[in-house]
Design a protein around this ligand. Structure first.
Ligand SMILES: [Zn+2]
Length: 439
């Protein structure tokens, strides 16, 4: 049966158009037509309707740390110690509860697909659960409950640093070596479905030795993600151990390419940029996490000029707001260049809906045959009013709170700013997080 959605304005491939009807059959768009007035049987969406947002990089459990110890002096590495404390307390049951709430928060923010960079595989001490993929299954169930698409990036994590053993909290991240990782992850691969994709990830050049990388990279045809040059210390360690930058090392190991997404890519050389461009590697920028963890500002303008495919991730979830990721990318650049208008709203908004690096190539466009994943953004809120239906309004004025409706696979999962099946997401988050932070 076809369902019709009438949109006051819609962002179509040819631009923003007023008065559009989107017809949906099961999970696909079957027609997009001009319709100045809503039909009698159409559901109505006001404001600007646009493709759902893609959150390309997430660690769901980091959400627990958002307001935790924000007064403390420190850096990425001291924050990581706090993160490990939370990681130690998670099991398949409480991770399901937490991730369900986090993915529901994402749904409210207009995110219709998330890339979960998953390395919390085993019980504390590195002991496998009765089913070694129990933690991954919890994430799949959480995304289904929240109604969003999930690309589970099963992450290989083997060492505690360059030539360093794993620390105690890190032991549960490791499968021992890449061959055992592949064995476990191959079972996970069987759980892909129309709403779930399984991909692979190399945690970083810190956590996976060079000789282990090709085994992970050999997973053909699936998304492959890797943390790249998030920290200067990573670059220095890589130079000391291998005499090459992390990007160059990944290139030599066959990790880079069109199906690969480098996450962060903050501290790059010109040669690294050229390598990403020449191999067709995408970059996922996480600027709200970079600012929260004092990580630095990346080279987004140079990447945009080189037409490196860009996407955004809320990563540590200091905030879950893809509009904010887009806005910060430009505003950070203004601070360091003393120039405005460095990256256009069009480029930033396209990065916000880039589903290709999650393996959902058939999402991210309001077009016949594509997945029926779209959202409505209020253009009359106190933040957006006056801007009109323009991408500049979305990028420079809107926040996650302006998302009123979210449709995934033709099904309304958020209606009038409420999660349809989960209800009070704030309460759910509080109930999930409090026990993890208790003394
Ligand atoms: Zn990350």
């Amino acid at each position: 049966m076809t369902t019709s959605w009438w949109c006051e304005n819609a962002w179509l491939p040819e631009g923003i158009v007023a008065g559009v009807r989107i017809d949906v059959d099961r999970d696909r768009i079957v027609a997009v037509v001009r319709a100045p007035e809503p039909g009698r049987d159409s559901r109505r969406l006001y404001g600007l309707v646009m493709p759902g947002l893609a959150n390309v990089h997430s660690h769901a459990f980091h959400r627990a740390l958002r307001s935790y110890k924000q007064q403390e002096n420190g850096d990425f590495w001291s924050w990581r110690e706090q993160m490990y404390v939370v990681a130690e307390r998670l099991d398949p049951d409480n991770y399901l509860t937490l991730a369900r709430a986090v993915y529901a928060e994402m749904a409210l923010a207009g995110i219709t697909a998330v890339g979960e960079f998953h390395y919390l595989h085993h019980a504390p001490g590195g002991i496998p659960y009765a089913d070694p993929n129990a933690m991954g299954y919890a994430l799949i169930e959480a995304a289904k409950d929240a109604g969003i698409r999930l690309t589970l990036l099963d992450t290989c994590y083997l060492t505690g640093g360059f030539d360093q053993p794993l620390s105690e909290p890190q032991r549960r991240f490791s499968d021992g070596d890449a061959m055992y990782w592949a064995e476990r992850a191959s079972v996970m691969r069987k759980h892909s479905s129309p709403t779930v994709r399984i991909g692979a990830a190399i945690h970083s050049v810190r956590a996976v030795p060079l000789d282990q990388m090709p085994t992970v990279a050999a997973w053909k045809g699936l998304p492959l993600h890797v943390h790249l040059s998030e920290q200067q210390a990573e670059n220095e360690g890589c130079m000391a151990m291998y005499g090459r930058t992390p990007a160059s090392l990944l290139g030599d190991a066959g990790v880079l390419g069109p199906r690969t997404t480098a996450v962060h890519a903050t501290h790059l050389t010109r040669g690294d940029l050229e390598l990403l461009q020449s191999t067709g590697t995408g970059v996922c920028l996480c600027p709200t996490t970079e600012r929260d963890l004092a990580d630095g500002i990346g080279l987004a303008v140079a990447m945009a000029q080189r037409e490196i495919p860009l996407s955004f991730g809320s990563d540590s979830h200091a905030v879950i707001d893809i509009f904010e990721e887009a806005r910060v990318t430009e505003l950070d650049e203004r601070l360091i260049t003393a120039r405005r208008g460095n990256i256009s709203a069009d480029i930033l908004a396209r990065a916000a809906i880039n589903h290709a690096s999650l393996g959902f190539e058939d999402a991210g466009q309001l077009e016949r045959g594509k997945l029926a994943d779209f959202i409505a953004v209020d253009l009359m809120s106190v933040r957006t009013a006056g801007g009109g239906p323009a991408l500049e309004t979305i990028v420079f004025a809107a926040s996650a709170a302006d998302v009123t409706d979210v449709v995934v696979g033709g099904r309304a999962i958020v209606s009038d700013r409420q999660h349809v099946s989960i209800g009070d997401v704030g309460r759910l988050l509080a109930a999930a997080i409090s026990p993890l932070l208790a003394d």
